[in-house]
Design a protein around this ligand. Structure first.
Ligand SMILES: [Zn+2]
Length: 209
């Protein structure tokens, strides 16, 4: 019997496959994890596996310190980054890292994805900042990145990809889709003119009860 609910591993796998269908990842790019609040255990995708080859049994389970407690595979090479996020953001129970084209365009330019669409209030909580390029497989990267992330739910890793977080996997995944969609819109709008970016007053208007 698995240490985590068997549905959870399947949900992670389904999100991985959807990330490819939606054009958020190609080949073995990206990684996803979920923390189980009751136990503190973390289920995470394995390193360097094609998503169409991956099964739910390939998902690795770690304790809160990153020790593998279930699964045969090596966990994602960015596991240390996930661990830092869970340590620093108790409100976060799911992390989705992808490498989508339009978010990466703005990451390469070092420009945030601005609050160009109202659904960013719900998902990213405003503009999406860019973390300057650093190799991403270390605790040091994670600590520097959570400073850039702050209380947002999304951050772009310069010259690499996008990471979104949420209270659960559904919200973290939807945030990933929302940010990449906003990046596409921002890119197209910049090609045609000067985009109207929602300011704080407008964002508060949308988020007001
Ligand atoms: Zn990556």
């Amino acid at each position: 019997m698995s240490l985590v609910n068997s549905h959870l591993k399947q949900e992670i796998l389904d999100c991985c496959r959807r990330s490819v269908q939606y054009g958020l990842n190609f080949n073995t790019q990206g990684n996803i994890s979920v923390r189980v609040p009751a136990t503190g255990l973390i289920a995470i995708t394995p390193a360097s596996m094609d998503y169409d080859q991956m099964t739910a049994d390939d998902i690795v389970v770690l304790d809160g310190d990153g020790r593998r407690v279930e699964g045969e595979r090596k966990p994602s090479s960015e596991t240390d980054v996930h661990l830092v996020v869970y340590r620093r953001r108790p409100d976060v129970n799911a992390i989705v890292h992808t490498e989508p084209v339009y978010s990466n365009v703005f990451g390469v330019l070092g420009q945030p994805v601005e609050a160009v669409l109202i659904n960013m209030v719900t998902y990213s909580r405003g503009p999406v900042p860019v973390m300057p390029f650093m190799p991403s497989n270390s605790t040091e990267f994670g600590e520097a990145m959570v400073k850039v992330l702050g209380t947002c739910n999304a951050v772009i890793w310069g010259n690499h990809g996008l990471m979104t977080v949420g209270a659960d996997l559904t919200s973290a995944f939807r945030c990933n889709v929302a940010v990449e969609t906003a990046a596409r819109v921002q890119h197209a709008a910049l090609c045609l003119g000067k985009p109207h970016v929602l300011d704080y007053a407008e964002l508060n208007l949308v988020s007001a009860p």
